[in-house]
Design a protein around this ligand. Structure first.
Ligand SMILES: NC(=O)C1=CN([C@@H]2O[C@H](COP(=O)(O)OP(=O)(O)OC[C@H]3O[C@@H](n4cnc5c(N)ncnc54)[C@H](OP(=O)(O)O)[C@@H]3O)[C@@H](O)[C@H]2O)C=CC1
Ligand SMILES: O=C1O[C@H](COP(=O)(O)O)[C@@H](O)[C@H](O)[C@H]1O
Length: 521
C-alpha cells in the first residue's frame, strides 16, 4: 500500500455507514476496529460513522453501546471518558432505518450530507453491510434510489459472508448487487485474509530462499490446514443449522488458505495480480468424480455432548434454534488436490470443527523424507521436516528439522533427534497485532482490494463446495457423532492413514519428543 493511498483517507476522509449497527458483528468487531484505527492515527478527524438498524437508539444510548463494545473487545481501551473520548464519539451518529423503506434512505442522504459538511469530508462513502445476506440486494437498490450515491467521491460496498448459500443463490445475489455497484466497488470480506499470519504466508514463501525452491510436489509430501474451535454454535444455531461447517468455514476461510499456500507468485503486488493467482488455484481444484468419491474423501461429523476444557457441553441437536434431528455437520475434514504442475499428487488435508479441544488455526507443510543415506543406516527414525504457520490465536512460524543428539556416539542408539526452531511472533509483539477487521476496514477505506475476495473466487469456491453438499444431501449415513472435546470422528484420522500420513499435533500439544531450541537436552 503506497503512502499516497493511505494519506488519501486522512486528507479527504469518508463516511462509514454501518448497516446492522445494533448487531453482534458491529459490537464485537467493527466499532473496536474503527477505534483502533483512530488511536493509531490512521483516521484523521475527517470521518463520520452512521450506525443504522431498525431499533430506536438515542445518541446517548448509541455512544454508551460504543463505549461498552470498545472496553470489552478493542485492543486499546478508553482510559477516561474525557474530552478525547468525546471527540472520538462525536464522529458517531445513529439513525433508525428499515432497509426495506426507501424514505429512510432519503432521510439518510440528508443526514450524511450534513456530516460531510461538519467533518469536511469529500463525499467518500463506505457502506458496510453487517446484515443477513437476504438484505444485501435491497440495501444496494435503496442506496441508489435514495440518492445516496450522488456524491463526487468514491462509493464502496463492504459485504460480510456468507455470500449466498450455494452457487445459484450467490449468482443471484451478485447480479442484484451488480445492478448498482461495479465489481471494483465491492469488497467481499473473508476475515481470514485479514489475519497477519495468513498475509505472511506469501512473504514466507516468496521471500525466503529456504522455502521457495522446495515449494512443490518434488519436496512436499502433504499440506494440512486445521481450523479448530473450542466453541459450539452458541447463540447462532438458527444461522448455523442451515449452513454447517462446510459453508461456514470451508467455502471461504479454508479454501482461501489453500489458495494462499498453493498460488504461484504474483507478478506484481497489485490486488488483481494476487487475486488472479488465487483464482487459478481454485480453478485447479480437482472435482470429485462421484458422490462415492466425495464420501471417501470428505469426512463429516456433528458434536454430541461432552466436555471442552473442563466445561460440559450439550449435544449440537440440543442447542437453541437447532433442529432436534438435524444432520448439519459441525466438523468436516477433506482431502483436496490442486491439479497443476506444481502440486500434482500432493494432498491438501483440511479440517475444521466446533467443540474441539483446542482453539487454533495452523497450516503444516510436511516435507518428503530425504532419500536413504548414511544417516539412515543407523538406528535412526528420521522424522519429516515440518514448516508450521501458526495463524491464530498464537501467531508464529516453527520449523522442525533433524539434528545430531549432542554428545551421541553409541551406534545402538538413535543419534538423530528432531529439533524445533520456533519464531513466536506473539511472544515478541504480544497478542496485540491489529485485528483482521481493523486491517480490512482500513484497506477498504484506502481502496486496496488485495485481501478481499473477487466474484470469480467466490464462484469457484461455491462450485467446489456444492458438489460435496449435493453428495451429502442424499442421505446422512456418513455423519459421525463425535463427543464434544475430542478431535472429531476417527474417520478423519483414517483419511490420512490410508495415505501413510497422520495429522500433526497442533498448538498446545507440542510433540513430546521434539527438542525446542533453547531447551535443555
Ligand atoms: N457476528 C459475527 O462474528 C460474524 C457475522 N458475520 C455475518 O455478518 C452479518 C451480521 O451478523 P451479526 O451482527 O452477527 O447479526 P445480528 O443478528 O447480531 O445483527 C443483525 C443486524 O441487522 C439489523 N437488521 C436486521 N433486519 C434489518 C432491517 N430490515 N433493517 C435494518 N436493520 C436490520 C439488526 O438490527 P435491528 O434488529 O435493530 O434492526 C442488527 O443490527 C451476517 O451476515 C453474519 O453472517 C460474519 C462473520 C462473523
Ligand atoms: O467466520 C467465522 O469465523 C469464526 C472463527 O473465526 P476466528 O477468527 O475466531 O478463528 C467462526 O467461529 C464462525 O462460525 C464463522 O462464521
Amino acid at each position: 500500500m503506497s503512502d499516497t493511498k493511505s494519506e488519501a483517507i486522512k486528507q479527504s476522509g469518508a463516511v462509514f455507514f454501518i448497516f446492522g449497527a445494533t448487531g453482534d458483528l458491529a459490537r464485537r468487531k467493527l466499532f473496536p476496529a474503527i477505534y483502533s484505527l483512530y488511536r493509531e492515527g490512521k483516521l484523521s478527524e475527517k470521518f463520520a460513522v452512521i450506525g443504522l438498524a431498525r431499533r430506536p437508539r438515542t445518541e446517548v444510548q448509541f455512544h454508551d453501546d460504543l463505549l461498552q463494545s470498545i472496553q470489552e473487545f478493542a485492543r486499546y481501551k478508553v482510559d477516561k471518558v474525557d474530552a478525547d473520548w468525546q471527540r472520538f464519539a462525536a464522529h458517531f451518529t445513529y439513525m433508525s432505518l428499515d432497509i426495506n423503506n426507501i424514505d429512510g434512505f432519503k432521510e439518510l442522504s440528508s443526514v450524511a450530507t450534513k456530516l460531510e459538511q461538519k467533518f469536511d469530508i469529500a463525499g467518500n462513502r463506505l457502506f458496510y453491510l453487517a446484515l443477513a445476506p437476504d438484505l444485501f440486494g435491497s440495501v444496494a437498490h435503496n442506496l441508489r434510489d435514495g440518492g445516496m450515491l450522488e456524491t463526487d467521491g468514491w462509493h464502496r460496498l463492504v459485504i460480510e459472508k456468507p455470500f449466498g448459500f450455494d452457487l445459484a443463490s450467490a449468482k443471484l445475489l451478485n447480479e442484484e448487487i451488480n445492478k448498482v455497484f461495479e465489481e471494483k466497488e465491492i469488497y467481499r470480506i473473508d476475515h481470514y485474509l485479514g489475519k497477519e499470519m495468513v498475509q505472511n504466508i506469501g512473504v514466507v514463501r516468496f521471500a525466503n530462499a529456504f522455502f521457495e525452491p522446495l515449494w512443490n510436489n518434488k519436496y512436499i509430501a502433504n499440506i494440512q490446514i486445521t481450523l479448530s474451535e473450542t466453541v459450539g454454535v452458541e447463540e447462532r444455531g438458527g444461522y448455523y443449522d442451515h449452513s454447517g461447517a462446510l459453508r461456514d468455514m470451508g467455502q471461504n476461510h479454508m479454501l482461501q488458505m489453500v489458495t494462499m499456500m498453493a498460488m504461484e507468485p504474483p507478478s506484481r503486488l497489485h490486488p488483481e495480480d494476487l487475486r488472479d493467482e488465487k483464482v487459478k488455484v481454485l480453478r485447479s481444484l480437482r472435482a470429485y468424480s462421484s458422490k462415492e468419491e466425495v464420501k471417501s474423501h470428505v469426512v463429516r461429523g456433528q458434536y454430541g455432548e461432552g466436555t471442552v476444557r473442563g466445561k460440559s457441553r450439550v449435544a449440537y441437536r440440543e442447542e437453541p434454534n437447532v433442529n432436534p434431528v438435524s444432520t448439519t455437520s459441525t466438523y468436516f475434514a477433506a482431502k483436496v488436490f490442486v491439479d497443476n504442475f506444481r502440486w500434482a499428487g500432493v494432498p491438501f488435508y483440511i479440517r475444521t470443527g466446533k467443540n474441539l479441544p483446542v482453539k487454533t488455526t495452523e497450516v503444516v507443510v510436511e516435507f518428503k523424507n530425504i532419500p536413504d543415506n548414511v544417516y539412515l543406516a543407523k538406528k535412526n527414525k528420521l522424522q519429516p521436516n515440518l514448516l508450521v504457520f501458526r495463524v491464530n490465536p498464537m501467531e508464529g512460524i516453527y520449523i522442525k528439522i533433524n539434528a545430531k543428539r549432542p554428545g551421541s556416539s553409541d551406534e545402538s542408539q538413535s543419534t538423530i533427534i528432531p529439533v524445533a526452531m520456533d519464531f513466536c511472533q506473539s511472544c515478541l509483539v504480544g497478542l496485540n497485532t491489529p485485528e483482521a477487521y481493523e486491517l480490512l476496514i482500513y484497506d477498504a477505506a484506502c481502496g486496496d482490494s488485495t485481501y478481499f475476495t473477487r466474484w470469480d473466487e467466490v464462484k469457484l469456491a461455491w462450485q467446489f463446495v456444492d458438489q460435496i453438499a449435493e453428495a451429502w444431501a442424499e442421505n446422512a449415513d456418513d455423519l459421525h457423532i463425535y463427543p464434544a472435546g475430542t478431535w472429531g470422528p476417527q474417520e478423519a484420522d483414517e483419511l490420512l492413514a490410508k495415505d501413510g500420513f497422520h495429522w500433526w499435533p497442533v498448538n498446545g500439544q507440542a510433540e513430546s519428543e521434539v527438542v525446542w531450541v533453547g531447551e535443555h537436552i
